[in-house]
Design a protein around this ligand. Structure first.
Ligand code: 7TS
Length: 414
């Protein structure tokens, strides 16, 4: 039985206050909070087990190495990946995408080749490809959005063609929470021999994922959005593709033999993991996955959908609210972007902050998305497993306060 109150009690920060009000945290799309279990795992590692990995002959180093490598297997199983070797530790989604653009991209993208993205991408899945396209004189093409905040796939065969080398799109929007039909995109890309990378920064923490069934070539995500520490992320790649990729960064751990003039490289996954990795981050992420496994990603998604239904029911009573949301319930998640008529998103965020409510306002690192809809930004409330209907009640009550405050102000100035 899913019990959000019980879950919430595992998160120390959610027992604290912000501006002297109980904290209502509605910004999990930016970063999730961490349960006591994850914090304890980090503390235990630093207090009892801290050592570098893959190099020590002594007990502590071997223990740290074992925990580190077991986590790779755990992640592989949790997301139904091809194999543990296909899981590469990075610092986050951003680094994972840059790794693919710089390693696979530099080796495989040439003049006039086409890279397909969407207009809804986070800057992390836009800028690395712009840099590559500039370097290689390649062309960027974009999937647009329809009126329902979904990818417009009506002209997909014209966008993804024989010239396309890679398609890199997000699985779930961090602005609208839209769950996209990525299966159709993957199928079309593979028809023309292109690779597909999915930005799973939002998908990996909210949706049950079966990487093998998805048949995706690369998948990137961040530990900090799924109850884990900051600075740890994953790049999944099909083993046969990762095998062909040149190393991106050079250094310790990624070599087989080193001479003064040249070196040979280690096998996967070490080839793509130069230097001392974020060992504590991996150990914390391992505990985060245990926590998510215990609750279940399907249950978490269902809870977020229920919270969304509850919120939509109440928010529509407030005059002048515009929401940016797919009309089909099945294509939504626990992210709600909205604007209040005549009130700047920053003003909404400031009043909510005073009420102890954390939301994000602005462009959410998706400036082209905002340009597409000709808006300066949105207010965004995003839910996770620890949010309760009581959080939503406080949020809605505070939006009413914003509405009353600014309608009074409008009367004074008119
Ligand atoms: N892609 C998507 C879809 C994201 O939502 C984010 C972070 C990233 C990539 C980058 O992840 P990072 O962990 O490498 O930084 N999104 C947000 C957000 O919506 N608000 O703050 C960060």
């Amino acid at each position: 039985m899913f019990d959000a109150e019980q879950i919430k009690s595992d998160f120390p920060i959610l027992q604290t206050t912000m501006n002297d009000k109980p904290l209502v945290y509605l910004d999990s799309a930016a970063s999730s909070q961490k349960p006591r279990q994850v914090i304890e795992a980090l503390r235990n590692y630093y207090e009892m087990e801290n050592a570098n990995i893959h190099r020590g002959i002594y007990y502590l180093s071997q223990k740290a190495t074992e925990k580190f490598e077991k986590t790779r297997i755990k992640i592989s199983n949790f997301y139904n990946a091809q194999c543990a070797k296909a899981i590469i530790f990075t610092s986050g989604t951003t680094e994972s995408i840059n790794l693919v653009a710089q390693s696979w991209g530099r080796a495989n993208i040439h003049k006039d080749d086409e890279i397909v993205l969407s207009v809804a991408e986070h800057h992390s899945n836009l800028v690395p490809w712009q840099m590559l396209a500039k370097e290689k004189s390649a062309k960027l093409k974009f999937i647009t959005l329809d009126d329902n905040f979904q990818y417009d796939l009506s002209n997909l065969n014209e966008i993804i063609t024989e010239r396309t080398k890679i398609v890199s799109v997000s699985q779930m929007s961090n602005v609208t929470g839209s769950i996209y039909d990525v299966q159709t995109i993957i199928k079309r890309a593979h028809e023309v021999g292109a690779k597909v990378m999915l930005d799973g920064a939002q998908g990996a923490c909210h949706l049950p994922i079966h990487l093998k069934n998805l048949d995706v070539d690369f998948y990137a995500f961040s530990g900090h959005k799924m109850l884990g520490p900051t600075g740890i992320g994953i790049l999944y790649g099909k083993e046969e593709i990762l095998e062909t990729m040149p190393p991106w960064m050079g250094g310790g751990d990624m070599i087989e033999t080193v001479g003064l003039e040249s070196s040979t490289y280690a096998a996967l996954p070490a080839k793509l993991e130069a230097g001392t990795p974020n060992i504590a981050g991996v150990i914390g992420l391992s505990t985060a996955i245990d926590y998510l496994t215990k609750i279940g990603l399907s249950e978490i998604h269902k809870h977020e959908m229920d919270l969304m239904d509850y919120t939509l029911d109440k928010i529509k009573e407030i005059p002048g609210i515009t929401t940016y949301l797919s009309s089909d319930r099945e294509q939504r998640s626990g992210v709600l972007s909205f604007n209040m008529d005549g009130i700047h998103p920053s003003d909404v965020g400031t009043v909510l902050d005073e009420e102890g409510i954390a939301i994000r306002v602005g462009h959410h690192c998706c400036q082209p998305f905002m340009k597409n809809y000709d808006i300066p930004g949105t207010c965004r409330a995003s839910f996770y497993l620890y949010n309760t209907t009581e959080d939503i009640d406080i949020f809605i009550e505070s939006l009413w306060k914003v509405h009353k405050l600014f309608s009074k102000f409008a009367k004074v100035v008119s």
